[in-house]
Design a protein around this ligand. Structure first.
Ligand code: AMP
Length: 451
């Protein structure tokens, strides 16, 4: 199947060929002809499948062939809603890339930045608007945005929008749109909540599903390193230095953990930055830009912040901590090995995470190969920390989470002493890393300290 067979205009085919794409991906081959017919679509596709071009190309085609009804104004005719600012910015970038030979205008609005430039942009008029739901409603409330001429609505990563609690905002936005319109809903998963949303939103939709990342993830080389919690940072620095990895995305479970790890890696002589929801939009954009151009070598991210990051040919992904939800593992490693490129995903797994690893392997339907790095073998005498009310009492979760989560009347569980075991709190980690201070960004493997 070639792009020429899909029914796209010459301007769009030129933009696709400028990008160097030779063939459409499966989601593109399936979705583009259906969207061009004006039908509603319910698509099961994850990031990395080429879904953005899958809806952007036909959307641009349809808008450029239907002239706006009111020629003096440029009303918003296509609205794309995304869960995060990063995804909004990336979709907007794709719209500009694929629409570069067409006379259409687009704009992006999201929170966390000054609203005034967005108001001026909306006043000048855009055909395509990409937005996160909260800021979109701010504009509606300030009457700086008119959605009454929307012909095409796209909900991108709808499952994440629901996860992030946007359902009420989405419903408010839907109420502002004309009844007669084309709806495209993209989601990686189909929970009951997504099905309910789809039922109320879509009109006789065509269901399109492409291979889940579970199968695509097979093109990513995955390795698990079993290691003590207190030595993960050291092993990470070693792997980066030893493999001479130049661009690595590292996942932590918490924002606090992301900051701490980025600081520690910087102390190890690695250029590192953290990206998470507590950072200002400016700081996040800068960290991502520095990472893309290579001046930051290690980007440490939480799941939500990393969602939608589109970095071409990202070669290395590291799970510094395993996610609680196995599907997030699949999302995380999907950041590498994209669109046919080879990638490598490494997970550092301590004794507390063995159950999470088993759950992940159940979803993958296979065992992830174990790596073996001399000097970093785990101390087999260490037992997992007890779990209380779904949380560990020690460093795996949020600081202080165990005390807050304690059932009334139950005995307090004390986090184990970090001095005597592989403690995961900040003090324990720092103490150990200070002792293993590397010289050139890559510490030499060494035996676990005697206990
Ligand atoms: P997405 O799933 O939309 O996030 O896209 C994943 C990546 O695939 C992006 O970096 C795109 O630039 C790239 N891509 C999209 N379509 C194609 C294609 N037909 N051929 C090669 N790469 C593509």
């Amino acid at each position: 199947m070639s792009f020429n067979d899909l029914g796209l205009s010459a301007e769009l085919l030129r933009a696709v060929s400028d990008q160097g794409y030779s063939n459409p991906t499966p989601i593109q081959a399936k979705a583009i002809p259906i969207i061009l017919q004006g039908l509603d679509v319910l698509a099961g596709a994850q990031t990395g499948t080429g879904k953005t071009a899958g809806f952007t190309l036909p959307l641009l085609h349809r808008l450029s062939s239907n002239k706006p009804t009111d020629n003096n104004r440029r009303p918003v005719r296509a609205l794309v809603l995304t869960p995060t600012r990063e995804l909004a910015a990336q979709v907007a970038e794709s719209v500009v890339t694929y629409g570069k030979h067409l006379p259409l205008k687009s704009g992006v609005i999201f929170g966390g930045v000054n609203i005034n430039p967005q108001i001026s942009m909306l006043r000048r008029g855009v055909d395509i608007l990409i937005a996160t739901p909260g800021r979109l409603l701010d504009h509606v409330n300030q009457r700086t945005l008119d959605l009454s001429q929307v012909e095409i609505l796209v909900l991108d990563e709808a499952d994440r929008m629901l996860d992030m609690g946007f359902i009420h905002d989405i419903r408010k936005v839907l109420a502002l749109l004309p009844k007669q319109r084309q709806n495209l809903l993209f989601s990686a998963t189909f929970s009951d909540e997504i099905k309910r949303l789809a039922d109320g939103l879509l009109n006789a939709p065509v269901l399109i599903e492409v291979a889940r990342r579970n199968t695509a993830s097979e093109q990513v080389a995955q390795t698990v390193h079993l290691v003590d919690k207190g030595r993960k940072r050291e092993l990470l620095s070693y792997l980066i230095g030893d493999g001479n990895w130049q661009q690595v995305l590292v996942f932590t479970r918490t924002k606090h953990g992301a900051n701490r790890l980025a600081d520690q890696l910087t102390e190890d002589g690695l250029r590192a930055a953290a990206i998470h929801g507590n950072k200002s939009q400016g700081a996040r954009t800068k960290a991502l830009a520095d990472f893309k151009k290579g001046s930051v070598r290690v980007l440490v991210a939480t799941d939500i912040a990393a969602r939608g990051l589109d970095i071409d040919q990202l070669p290395h992904v590291v799970n510094f901590e395993l996610p609680n939800v196995p599907e997030d593992y699949v999302h995380r490693i999907g950041r590498t090995g994209r669109a046919g490129n080879e990638g490598e995903a490494v997970s550092l797994v301590c004794v507390d995470e063995h159950k999470l690893l088993r759950d992940i392997e159940r979803v993958l339907k296979r065992e992830v190969p174990r790596g073996n790095i001399k000097g970093f073998e785990p101390d087999l005498s260490i037992r997992p920390e007890p779990i209380q009310n779904g949380r560990r009492s020690g460093g795996g979760g949020r600081p202080g989470a165990s005390a807050g989560a304690r059932r009334p009347g139950s005995k307090p569980q004390h986090a184990r002493s970090t001095g005597s075991r592989n403690g995961g709190n900040a003090t324990g980690d720092r103490r150990r890393s200070a002792g293993a201070k590397p010289t050139q960004g890559a510490p030499r493997p060494r035996r676990a300290a005697s206990r």
